[in-house]
Design a protein around this ligand. Structure first.
Ligand code: SAM
Length: 267
């Protein structure tokens, strides 16, 4: 039985991914579509507040790119407002669902780090702390691509965890036995979970060993958190000229608590 229980190297990538695993991606889609859950997308009431916040930051018309669009909960709202919208996500189940809902939105099933959808956008958004799931190198590559794809005066809007994340998370380990299957697999499984903190890199790693009959899977999920000054410096180094930080766009939720800040960066 191969169980990987050592602390991962900083930003190490695992062989399996929670968003692209054939079974888990379907469970993620169900979570996205539950309007009262903060699981994969925020709950509907929060989504509407974020839509209003974003609309207040961008031009009243134009082209918008949503990175990690999931099943299109935000893209469809921006489509309704008359924007020309592109959404990209590598969860195939989510993109297939999104494509069935709207023919007027351009959906791409792909990896925005490896294969960024180059274009000329008035706005780029990336919602639900997805920026923090990437290594610093991938983040810098992504920010460069976003910057180059924005029209002059265009804006990037995203959210990241603040340093308050440290108050909610602690190192430890846990296990879950699901005799008749559950979120991680359709059949019986044992899930071993570990949380590791990398304070010098401002990151947490969540490592999962999923033990099923006949196969084991290994997942690592990263959460990078930021101070205001750090994220501002990173965006300035990318070239953004005006950056504003927004707290209290939302009240707390049961997934991310009130540990996130929204950032608006103008080219
Ligand atoms: C936390 S969910 C948020 C979804 C959506 N932004 C929302 O708030 O409803 C993160 C999404 O980003 C997608 N994602 C993560 N990394 C990605 C990558 N490298 N390329 C494309 N999609 C990615 C996942 O598949 C997932 O749908």
């Amino acid at each position: 039985m191969r169980i990987i229980d050592k602390k991962p190297e900083l930003f190490e990538k695992s062989s399996c991914n929670i968003w692209t695993d054939p079974y888990i991606q379907q469970q993620m889609l169900k979570e996205h579509l539950n309007p009262s859950s903060d699981g994969a997308s925020r709950k509907q009431e929060s989504i509407l507040k974020i839509r209003d916040f974003i609309l207040g930051q961008i031009k009243p018309s134009g082209s918008l790119l949503d990175l990690g669009c999931g099943p299109g909960l935000y893209t469809s709202l921006f489509g309704d407002e008359g924007y020309t919208v592109t959404g990209i996500d590598f969860n195939k189940a989510s993109i297939e669902y999104a494509k069935k809902q709207r023919k007027d939105i351009d959906y791409i099933c792909g990896d925005y780090i490896k294969d960024f959808p180059q274009g000329s956008y008035d706005a780029v958004c990336m919602i639900y702390c997805d920026m923090g799931t990437h290594s610093d190198n991938d983040r810098d590559l992504l920010l460069k691509n976003i910057y180059n794809s924005l029209n002059n005066g265009g804006v990037l809007i995203f959210d990241v965890f603040t340093e308050r994340l440290m108050n909610d998370k602690q190192e430890g380990q846990n296990w879950e036995y699901a005799p008749t299957g559950g979120f991680w697999n359709e059949n019986e499984y044992l899930l071993l979970s570990q949380t590791f903190h990398y304070p010098e890199a401002k990151a947490f790693a969540y490592q999962y060993n999923l033990l099923c009959t006949g196969q084991n899977k290994h997942f690592i999920v990263w959460d990078r958190y930021y101070s205001e000054n750090e994220i501002i410096d990173i965006l300035k180094q990318t070239g953004f000229r005006s950056i504003s930080i927004h707290h209290n766009v939302l009240n707390g939720n049961n997934f991310t608590s009130d540990n996130e800040m929204f950032i608006v960066a103008k080219k």
